[in-house]
Design a protein around this ligand. Sequence first.
Ligand code: HEC
Length: 356
Amino acid sequence: MKKYILSVASFLFIFSMPFIFSKIFIAYKEPFNFLENPLVWFVIVGFGLIMFLKEALSNLIVKKANELMPENYIKVQSFISFLFLFLTPFVLAHVIDSHKNILVWIGIVTFGLVVFVKEFFIITGLNKIEELEMLKAGLNPADVDKWAGFKSFIQRWTKSKPIEQESEIALDHNYDGIRELNNSLPPWWIYMFYASIIFAVVYLLRFHAFDGPNQETEYHLAVAQANKEINKYKQSTPGILDIENVTLLTEKSDLNRGKAVFKLNCASCHMTGGGGGIGPNLTDEYWILGGGIKNVFTTISNGGRDGKGMVAWKKVLKPKDIQKVASYILSLQGTRPDKPKVKEGELWQEEVENVN
Ligand code: HEC
């Protein structure tokens, strides 16, 4: 019984390692930055040690259970198995997030299978050793109830009476032949009940006596934390573009790229010269959603008002391209396209943007 629990725990432990490492790698984005954290070292060395001990143990078992195997063979297989189980999690951790790649799935499933097969062999070996020991002690393995431990465990946690002894707890009334047993409450249930009482006391004190955070404060805390992380990410990732730091580009190559993007995606509605068609005129000083690079960048990224036909282009275009096409549009200011659409929106002046 114990060995099965141990085996399941060991399987879960080894199999969860790739996922844990993957989280660590994500938390420390740059390659090998994670080595700066002593906790990570602790996890890696600890994992290696446990794997080593496991190999040493299963080596003993294999040797005992099968004295016919050549000694070196066992050592070599143990070494290979150690390397495999210790290194694979690191490899898997790197690729685990690309679920779409079938190779990754095959890798994870194979890893799980190998760990499983190993556990299976260990259990078989242990069983064999137990049998040998029984024989030595003069017992016939077939007569020994292997599940005795499990049965007494169940018995202890349910306190159930075997059918033969039911008469002892039968109540002495009889409803049309239906009789009632006076079973005692099963301990697994009673302990859960006690645990829920303890939980309720702790909960009551924490949230009603000592002012624990309610859902709303928890929500605000989570949002604040998320914002902090976003800002940290933005600061640590140069080149990220958003309304805060987007600037007007004037380089010829950037404007050319913007023009190409415009022709391909936008000209159908805004016309080749930007004079407007389904969409408004982009060459005049009147803007529905605000002029200036920041507003134009935002409009292109997030789209216009609902139902007007201007979609959020951030799903299609990269931020860099949005910046370029926005700069290109602004470079059209004051040009005179064919058949321009009449002005829409408000007159936009740069000063207004500065005040904002
Ligand atoms: C399906 C037609 C359509 C396409 C394609 C389209 N737009 Fe628009 N665009 C519109 C409409 C309609 C509006 C007005 C939105 C509103 O009124 O809210 C608009 C508004 C705008 C505005 C704001 C104008 C203002 O006056 O504030 C900008 C800037 C803009 N588009 C740029 C682009 C860019 C750049 C592209 C290509 C990446 C593009 N649009 C593609 C239809 C389109």
